[in-house]
Design a protein. Structure first.
Length: 130
């Protein structure tokens, strides 16, 4: 039997203090999931995705968090076009997107979903068994 999915979502207006508000909301939620030592990795990836949306995106920022058994899925959506691709189609291109470069090095899956001219979601799925 598959583990149940716990899913929460919240939208934030891109105003001064939004990063702190979003970080606190996410941290409180993630702490309630009792993830143990992997919580630092989850918080760092989540923080970077939110920061990237604030710095490079447009409009409201929607944060989706899902606990999927032994994985945590984080999706951060804004109305911007999403990160640039390199010539070979990979994210992020060399010399760009320092924050997403750190996200890409974390032990997990991640990607970008574009929403037909209505923004993009940068997401990450982290294995929390380690």
């Amino acid at each position: 039997m598959k583990a149940p999915i716990t899913s929460v979502m919240r939208t934030f207006d891109p105003v001064t203090g939004m990063q702190s508000e979003a970080d606190q909301w996410c941290l409180s939620l993630i702490q309630s999931w009792s993830l143990g030592p992997v919580i630092t990795l989850v918080v760092n990836v989540m923080d970077e995705l939110i920061s990237n949306a604030l710095q490079h995106g447009k409009g409201q920022v929607r944060v989706d968090l899902q606990l999927r058994g032994e994985r945590v899925w984080i999706g951060v959506r804004d109305e911007g076009p999403g990160p640039m691709r390199s010539d070979d189609g990979t994210f992020p291109p060399l010399g760009h997107a320092n924050g997403l470069g750190r996200v890409a090095k974390a032990p997990h899956f991640w990607g970008v979903k574009r929403h037909d001219g209505h923004g993009s979601t940068v997401w990450s799925e982290l294995d929390i068994t380690n």
